[in-house]
Design a protein around this ligand. Structure first.
Ligand code: GCB
Length: 639
């Protein structure tokens, strides 16, 4: 009974958000039109980067106000051309696309037509036929606007979508940055400025995720929230549906199994569904049937005159629980050990643009490796990726774009307010994914600074209020004893690079230093610990034995030194290890990076370095010890 009451309380908390951001899905009531492909594009190279606004480029076709080039969407624009000034461009770029909208979308004024951008980095303003319809701050989360009403005002007009995107980062953006003007005319030309940041990846920009139009009836399902639990073999799905466009509606909510058979249904907008003989959602390599998903179908019909048609939305639902003790992490009450990777959304040519071949290849590589988890370092990844995690049982630590918060001015109220709003948007988008088991609010902030205590206390409390069902953490860079935010996290996540940034070349110090790190953190906070980053750069193909830095042999031996300590501590309070990084990735140019960060165990083209085989061997062994491997995957793992 207590459990059931808790489920209700948890759901009410999540429902505090007032509008939904459901992933757009086709259904018998919803049509969808993808606008991916070639858009017209121009960077605003005027000295103040503001000519586009001053000359109102959104008012006519972009090609009429100056030259345009082809730009693929989704993709970062940086690596698409041969022009170094576009790769390193800072300021507004303009995208435009004309769309033919089906006539019935216009004539049927019982329809909403929604324009949705999966993500654009960093700040976006959107116009339709010259009328501003929305703007959005933040690079990794979706935004949308209803445009049907506007299109109906003049049905003879085509639908011309203009999106201006600005990648400038300042002290209050997430991630933060600063613009530095170089005024010494003996060294820099007039107007010379650079973008400074404190994070280690290239600030790719542009429209990174799909843009699409979709329809819903006027009375529609705005949001769904599910919170799950189980008692013995009965699954409990507490759900809440939020409706917009009508004040009175009839509803049918049906939970179906994988085969589409109805398990249980209800005609209430919120309630508890009981699932007999439940198939729980299990992580990959922990069960012979991982990633089991039910479907929650919601059918809604307005019972007043506001809308005549039914709205249908179907949400995948995984039934599972997550808990943390002072020494362990539990999924479905069984201890879970994270053996996984840190990733980036990053690849040749497309930068951070969503790319299906790359996504599927990465999942195949993770499964080959025996990885059961990853962290979305250092920003929220595409929803399409989280959906793959749900289906394949890959566990996710979902991270906000709070990376590189190092300047004391980025701990003020303006920054905190924005960070809280980003957590709202992140939790609203990802709350229903069973694969997401923990929120990470930041990576390696300067948490020793005095304002960090209040900043993280507020941020973590806020995130827990939004979602009391998942633990919350931020990632620390081992600033032990100075770290003011650590008392508020549920799990300690610590990054360290022994024998790399400290004591370079001395792999023999790793066991002692790593042991000290773990004992110090656990001794002080008595919370479970994840080694959230460790690794070494390798220029693929470089060899030296005895090992020296940057060779394949060195990365192997660093990993092996860490693994020895993990094996002692995982029996106690270490609950996971995530390699830095899954694959090589692009960074800003600097003297410590050779065409990007080379700590990948795969190259940027996704070919294995020698250390990938060490990790594969280990992960499958760990899976064999801690999980229930399907028979065909018994260790040693398949080729
Ligand atoms: C870190 C950061 C990560 C860097 C990595 C490195 O601690 O969290 O963004 O890429 O170290 O390789 O230096």
């Amino acid at each position: 009974m207590l459990r059931v009451l808790w489920l209700f309380a948890a759901l009410d908390a999540v429902l505090l958000l007032d509008t939904g951001m459901l992933f757009p899905r086709e259904s018998s009531s919803r049509e969808l039109k993808e606008l991916n492909g070639l858009w017209a594009f121009r960077a605003d190279r005027s000295p103040n980067r503001n000519q586009g606004f001053e000359s109102a480029w959104y008012k006519s076709r972009l090609a009429e106000t100056g030259p345009v080039i082809d730009m693929p969407v989704p993709a970062s624009y940086n690596d698409i051309t041969q022009d170094p000034t576009l790769r390193d461009f800072i300021g507004w770029v303009w995208y435009e696309r004309e769309v033919t909208v089906p006539t019935r979308w216009i004539t049927d004024d019982g329809l909403r037509v929604v324009l949705r951008v999966g993500s654009a980095h960093y700040y976006s303003v959107v116009w339709v036929n010259g009328v501003k319809v929305t703007e959005h701050e933040g690079g990794h989360l979706p935004f949308e606007a209803e445009i049907g009403t506007l299109l109906r005002k003049d049905p003879t007009m085509p639908c011309r979508i203009t999106i201006a995107v600005n990648n400038t980062l300042d002290l209050h953006t997430l991630p933060p940055g600063t613009i530095q003007y170089m005024t010494d005319r003996t060294r820099y030309p007039a107007g010379f400025f650079v973008q400074n940041t404190n994070f280690d990846f290239f600030n790719y920009a542009g429209i990174h995720r799909p843009v699409l139009l979709y329809t819903t009836p006027k009375a529609y399902v705005d949001d769904i929230t599910v919170v799950t639990d189980f008692l013995d073999d009965t699954g409990l799905v507490r759900y809440g549906v939020s409706v917009k466009g009508t004040t009175s509606a009839t509803m049918k909510v049906t939970l179906m199994d994988k085969g589409g058979h109805c398990i249980v249904s209800s005609n209430q907008a919120s309630g508890m569904l009981k699932v007999p003989n439940v198939n729980l959602w299990w992580p990959y390599l922990m069960h012979e049937n991982p990633g089991y998903l039910y479907s929650l179908e919601v059918r809604l019909k307005a019972s007043d005159a506001s809308s005549t048609s039914e709205d249908v939305y179907t949400l995948p639902v995984g039934i599972r629980t997550v808990n943390v003790s002072s020494t362990q992490f539990f999924i479905n009450n069984k201890p879970f050990y994270f053996h996984g990777v840190n990733k980036h959304e990053d690849a040749d040519i497309r930068g951070k643009g969503l790319d299906w071949p790359l996504i599927v290849k990465d999942f195949n590589l993770m499964k080959w490796l025996g990885a059961n988890s990853f962290r979305t370092s250092h920003y929220p990844y595409a929803e399409e990726i989280l959906q793959m995690c749900d289906r394949h049982g890959i566990v996710v630590i979902d991270e906000s774009p709070g990376v590189g918060i190092k300047d004391i001015r980025s701990f003020g109220n303006a920054s905190l307010t924005h960070h809280l709003a980003v957590m709202d948007e992140l939790v609203r988008r990802d709350k229903n994914h069973p694969s997401v088991v923990m929120w990470s609010v930041a990576n390696e902030p300067a948490a020793e600074m005095p304002p960090a205590e209040n900043y993280f206390k507020t941020l973590i409390k806020h995130t827990k209020a939004l979602d009391p069902t998942r633990p919350v953490t931020y990632i620390t860079d081992s600033n032990f004893s100075r770290d003011k935010g650590a008392p508020f996290v549920d799990v300690i996540c610590v990054n360290s690079y022994f024998s790399w940034y400290h004591d370079p070349g001395h792999v023999e110090v790793i066991p002692l230093q790593l042991n000290t790190q773990f004992e110090d953190w656990y001794g002080k906070y008595k919370k479970p610990i994840i080694q959230s980053e460790y690794g070494a750069d390798v220029v693929p193909g470089l060899h030296n034995d005895p090992p020296v830095m940057f060779t394949e042999e060195y990365q192997k031996v660093v990993l092996q030194q860490y693994h020895g300590v993990f094996d002692q501590k995982r029996k106690k309070y270490v609950i996971g290890e995530l390699i830095w990084n899954f694959a090589d990735f692009m960074t800003t140019q600097g003297i410590t990076r050779v065409v990007g960060n080379k700590k990948g165990i795969f190259t940027r083209q996704r070919q294995p370095k020698a250390a990938a085989f060490i990790l594969k061997e280990r992960y499958w062994r760990l899976a064999n010890e801690t999980g229930t491997l399907p028979l065909w995957t018994k260790y040693p793992c398949p080729l």
